[in-house]
Design a protein around this ligand. Structure first.
Ligand code: HEM
Length: 455
C-alpha cells in the first residue's frame, strides 16, 4: 500500500473569484480533512472578503490558466457571457476525461451545454451542479447549521455525475441526482423565482382582475358614486374577494384528490390536480397578502362616515359584531398557517403538528372568514325590495359573489369527510365480521386503511 500523496488527490480547479468561489472555499474549509481525497485549487486574485474571511493558507491558489493542467474537475464560476471565450482559449489545456462543472445561472446567454454544442465540441464530460445554492448561504455556512445545503446534479455521463455527487458530499452538500431529461428545470435556478411562484402569481392576478372588473362595474352603478372611492373604500372589497377565493382555491386540489381516491380508488392523479397541489402554498401565501391588505384598509377607514350602514346610534347589530369577531379569528388563524408554511418553521414541525395546522386550523380559518362575510352580507342577499347599493345595476352583491367558491369548496370537503367516515364505519363492520368468522383480512381493508390516512 502506498500513502496517499498530493498528486493522487483529485484536483478540483475552481475558475472564478467572485462570491460563489468564496462560498465553495468556505465549504471546503469547513469540511476538508488533511488526508481528504480532494485538492481544491482557486485562481488568482482570490481576495479575502468581509463576510468570508477564508483562510488562504488552507486553500490552494494558483495561476490561471496553468492551474488547469492535470485538473480532474473544473468548476466554472465565471459570468456565463465569458463561457465561450473561456472554452475557446482553454479547452485544449484540459486533460482527457476532465469533468467540467457548470455552476452558472445564465440569463439570456448560453450555458456550458449550449456553448459546447455551439463550438461543436462533442463531449459528455460535463455536469450542471452548485448553481442552485446561494453564494451568501455558502459563505455564512457553519458546522453548527442543522440543515445541509442541497444541490441538484445533472449531466449526460453517469461517471461524471457520480464524481460530482461524491465531491458535493465531501464539501458538505446534500446532492440530488436529476435525470438529464429534466435538465431545463435547473438551468438557471438562482435567476428565476420558480414556476410555482409564477403560476401562483398569475392565478392571483387573474382573480384580482375578475374582482376588480366586477366590483368596479357594480359599485359604479350605485347612487352618488364617486370614482375616487375605488382607491380605498372599494379596493378593499377587491382585495377581500381575491383573498377568499385564493384561500378556497388553495384547498381545492388536495380535497379533490382525496375524494377521487376514496370514491374511485384511482391510482393515478390527474396532472392539473398535481399542478394545483404544487402551487397551493404559493396561492395561499399570496391570498394572505391580499387579506392583510383588506384588513389594513378596513381598519384605516372604518368609521361612521363610510360604514354608517353598520352602525346604528353608535352601535352595531349582533350580526355585524359577530362578523368582526369572526374576521379577526379568521385572520389570526390564516397568519398562523402562513407562519407554518415558512420552510424554517415547517421543517421543525412533526407530522401531527403539520396535519393540525394544514387540516383543522386552515379549514377553520376559511370557515370563520366565510362567516365574517355572511354575517355582513346575507341580510342583503335576501331582502326585498333589493337595495340599490348592494344590488347596484341588478348585479348580485360582492359578499354573495365572494362566498360562492368558498361555499363550493367547503361543500366538497364536507362530502369527502362524510364519505371517508362512512368508509371507516364500513371498515369497522367488515373487520368485526371477519374477526367473528376468523376470515383473514382482505385486500379491501388495505384500501380503506389508505383512505383513513387521508381524512
Ligand atoms: C381585521 C380583520 C378584518 C376586518 C376589520 C374586516 C372588515 C370588513 C368590513 C368592515 C367589511 C365590509 C366592507 C363593505 O361592506 O364594504 C368586510 C368585508 C369583507 N371581508 Fe373582511 N375584515 C377582516 C378580515 C377578513 C378576512 C380574514 C377575510 C377572509 C378570509 C375577509 C373577507 C371579507 C370579504 C370577502 C368581504 C366582502 C367584500 C365586501 O363586500 O366588502 N375579511 N370586511
Amino acid at each position: 500500500m502506498t500513502n496517499v500523496t498530493f498528486q493522487e488527490k483529485t484536483k478540483v480547479v475552481v475558475v472564478g473569484t467572485g462570491d460563489k468561489a468564496h462560498g465553495l472555499a468556505r465549504m471546503y474549509e469547513l469540511h476538508s480533512k488533511k488526508d481528504g481525497h480532494y485538492k481544491l485549487v482557486f485562481t488568482e486574485p482570490m481576495p479575502t472578503k468581509m463576510i468570508d474571511s477564508f483562510d488562504s493558507d488552507h486553500v490552494t491558489i494558483e495561476h490561471f490558466p496553468e492551474c488547469l493542467a492535470n485538473a480532474d474537475i473544473v468548476v466554472i464560476l465565471i459570468p456565463s457571457y465569458a463561457m465561450e471565450s473561456f472554452l475557446i482559449q482553454n479547452y485544449t489545456l484540459l486533460k482527457e476525461g476532465c469533468v467540467l462543472v457548470d455552476a452558472t445561472n445564465p440569463t439570456g446567454t448560453k450555458d456550458l451545454r449550449d456553448t459546447l454544442a455551439a463550438l461543436n465540441i462533442k463531449s459528455d464530460d460535463w455536469v450542471k451542479a452548485f448553481n442552485d445554492t446561494g453564494a451568501i448561504q455558502e459563505m455564512q455556512s457553519s458546522l453548527k447549521d442543522k440543515m445541509k445545503l442541497t444541490t441538484s446534479v445533472c449531466g449526460p455521463s453517469d461517471r461524471c455525475v457520480k464524481e460530482i455527487v461524491a465531491l458535493a458530499k465531501f464539501l458538505g452538500y446534500s446532492p440530488t441526482v436529476i435525470p438529464i431529461d429534466q435538465y431545463e428545470s435547473l438551468q438557471s435556478s438562482q435567476d428565476s423565482i420558480g414556476w410555482e411562484w409564477i403560476h401562483g402569481t398569475t392565478v392571483m392576478i387573474l382573480l384580482f382582475a375578475l374582482s376588480f372588473t366586477y366590483v368596479t362595474v357594480q359599485v359604479s352603478g350605485r347612487p352618488n358614486f364617486q370614482w375616487y372611492t375605488l382607491l380605498a373604500r372599494h379596493s378593499s372589497k377587491m382585495f377581500a374577494w381575491t383573498a377568499v377565493w385564493g384561500f378556497a382555491l388553495s384547498l381545492l386540489p388536495g380535497t379533490t384528490i382525496r375524494l377521487l381516491k376514496q370514491a374511485t380508488y384511482m391510482d393515478t392523479t390527474p396532472r392539473f390536480l398535481i399542478w394545483g397541489c404544487s402551487i397551493r402554498k404559493h396561492v395561499g401565501l399570496l391570498s394572505l397578502y391580499f387579506v392583510l391588505l383588506h384588513a389594513c384598509m378596513m381598519l384605516l377607514i372604518f368609521g361612521g362616515e363610510y360604514f354608517g350602514f353598520l352602525i346604528d346610534d353608535g352601535y352595531m347589530a349582533w350580526n355585524d359584531e359577530a362578523s368582526m369577531l369572526t374576521a379577526v379569528l379568521s385572520l389570526s388563524l390564516f397568519i398562523i398557517t402562513g407562519i407554518a408554511s415558512l420552510p424554517s418553521v415547517g421543517h421543525e414541525m412533526n407530522k401531527a403538528q403539520f396535519m393540525l395546522v394544514f387540516g383543522p386550523v386552515v379549514w377553520s380559518a376559511l370557515t370563520l372568514g366565510l362567516m365574517h362575510v355572511m354575517f355582513l352580507g346575507v341580510p342583503s342577499w335576501t331582502e326585498t325590495p333589493r337595495s340599490r347599493y348592494s344590488w347596484a345595476r341588478g348585479m348580485p352583491p360582492v359578499t354573495l359573489m365572494a362566498s360562492v367558491l368558498p361555499l363550493l369548496v367547503m361543500f366538497i370537503k364536507t362530502v369527502q369527510v362524510c364519505h371517508a367516515s362512512s368508509l371507516k364505519v364500513k371498515n369497522y363492520v367488515v373487520s368485526r365480521r371477519h374477526q367473528v368468522s376468523s376470515i383473514h383480512a382482505s385486500d379491501h381493508l388495505f384500501v380503506i386503511d389508505e383512505v383513513e390516512e387521508g381524512v
